[in-house]
Design a protein around this ligand. Structure first.
Ligand SMILES: C[S@@+](CC[C@H](N)C(=O)[O-])C[C@H]1O[C@@H](n2cnc3c(N)ncnc32)[C@H](O)[C@@H]1O
Length: 453
């Protein structure tokens, strides 16, 4: 029997057909050197990667290996991530002195990514943080609480949601911390402090920590905000020290030139045509994480004017979406959608909308890549209603319709401690590892495309 390889299937100006793609994926073996087995939490949370938790966050080692393999020769290179999330790709690029650009539709992502990518002069930061903590030390003393100059800044428009998630004492203390953050006029330090504030919200709330969906933990004793803040900010300050020491001087002096971060749709990158050397990204998964819900604590405190219902519709891969009249080009995608139509029409429409959204992302990827540049989409397959959702195969097929060549397919194992790997059998959403009963992404793919010279 002949072995199918990508090289054999590649014919100039021809796309690889859907059945050949399916075959190719079936025959792709796991590449163990992409699993990063044995990588410790302190390695995955090095530099500024410790700043904030994020669902389906990359480990920096994966981004670094892709940059090692594809960015050879003289830089500085331009690295892009159109679904930047917490900014792992961008922060790793800045650490190497490359240009970094990216987008995300999520407010929290914009905040976290900006904080993670911006090195702050360590002495300045330490002084600011010490003063900040000192100014708030009265929080431990009830009698001084009322006379403080920091009037609690509690978003009135979201008070119901805030009271649902937080105890009254916590609300007041958080409001005072936020009020003090408002006095910080250095923009980078302000973002740094807000990022820390955002990170501690879960710990200080009634949110069930082990859950990847918003659930109340009735037995939880939330941590006091200032205690949580002090503990986490200490970690962040150390992370910044190291980040500062690795980012090249010329990059630190010209951050406006080296870093572009925008809260906007992935299909509109804030960069010119043919300027990006590599795109390293992981797209949202269809009907798995509802990012707008998951980050609601940050949104209600820091972006209270946002209408959560409307906001959700802007996310790719959510249940708030249907396709309308757009045409799905991928045959693998169409077959999956047809199978789903027979068991769950709504889910079929959501999956179709997801595939078409991603198809449009590849058009944008093509626009911004340099000739010879590569895009690396990290994606896992799953099952919904008993039907295999072959995301990776659909991605590989789709990128061709945007003019990209399939360059390489890497199959990797996800060490279970690094990513949540199970789905709830009823809803198809990611669930706490001890609760769910279907493995969702024990392996995933890196689907790599190339723009031809
Ligand atoms: C898998 S996460 C990326 C995680 C990232 N690699 C990290 O290391 O943190 C996917 C991201 O896609 C974002 N997203 C969803 N819909 C989007 C859209 N329409 N435009 C841009 N980003 C979107 C989500 O907010 C989420 O942050």
């Amino acid at each position: 029997m002949q072995t199918i390889t990508l090289e054999k299937l590649q014919v100039k100006d021809k796309i690889i057909a859907s059945d050949q793609i399916l075959d190719l994926f079936k025959k792709t073996k796991i590449s163990h050197d992409w699993s990063f087995e044995g990588t410790t939490p302190s390695q995955t949370s090095k530099l500024t990667h410790c700043y904030h938790r994020y669902p389906a966050k990359f480990i920096p080692q994966l981004v670094e290996k892709l940059m090692d393999e594809y960015l050879i020769g003289f830089g500085p290179f331009h690295v892009n991530d159109l679904f930047m999330g917490s900014g792992t790709t961008l922060a790793s690029a800045i650490a190497r002195g490359y240009f970094a650009s990216g987008t995300d539709i999520n407010y929290s992502a914009e905040l976290i990514a900006k904080a993670k990518c911006t090195p702050i002069e360590p002495t300045l930061l330490r002084n600011k943080v010490d003063k900040f903590i000192n100014d708030l030390s009265f929080l431990g003393d009830k009698t001084l609480f009322v006379s403080s100059k920091y009037k609690p800044q509690i978003p009135k428009s979201k008070i119901e949601r805030i009271e649902y998630w937080f105890e009254p004492k916590t609300v007041e203390e958080l409001g005072i911390i936020l009020s003090r953050i408002g006095y910080e006029k250095d923009e980078n330090v302000n973002i740094f402090l807000k990022c820390c504030f955002s990170h501690i919200l879960k710990t200080c709330s009634r949110w069930l920590m082990s859950s990847t969906k918003p659930t109340i933990d009735k037995s939880k004793k939330p941590t006091k905000p200032l205690d949580a803040f002090k503990k986490h900010v200490k970690k962040m300050v150390k992370g910044n020290d190291l980040f500062w020491s690795v980012v090249p001087e010329n990059v630190k002096r010209n951050m406006n030139k080296y870093l572009i971060i925008k809260r906007q749709d992935a299909r509109r990158q804030p960069v010119k045509d043919s300027t990006v050397d590599i795109q390293i990204t992981s797209s949202p998964y269809v009907t798995s994480y509802e990012y707008a819900d998951l980050h609601q604590l940050t949104t209600i405190w820091l972006e209270p004017e946002v209408d959560l219902k409307e906001y959700k519709k802007q996310f790719i891969g959510t249940s708030a979406k249907t396709n309308g009249t757009r045409i799905l080009k991928s045959q693998v995608g169409k077959d999956i959608e047809n199978k789903l139509q027979k068991v769950d029409k709504k889910m079929a429409d959501e999956v179709e909308a997801f595939f078409v959204d991603i198809q449009e992302c590849f058009d944008e990827t093509y626009r911004i890549l340099k000739a010879g540049g590569r895009c690396c989409y990290v994606i896992g397959n799953t099952k919904l209603k008993g039907i295999d959702i072959l995301n990776a195969e659909v991605f590989a097929e789709s990128m061709q319709y945007s003019g990209l060549k399939i360059d390489r397919i890497i199959k990797r194992e996800i060490p279970s401690k690094i990513l949540p790997s199970k789905r709830d059998a009823k809803t198809g959403r990611f669930a706490a590892n001890d609760k769910a009963d279907t493995f969702a992404y024990p392996t995933e793919y890196i689907v790599i495309g190339r723009k031809e010279e």
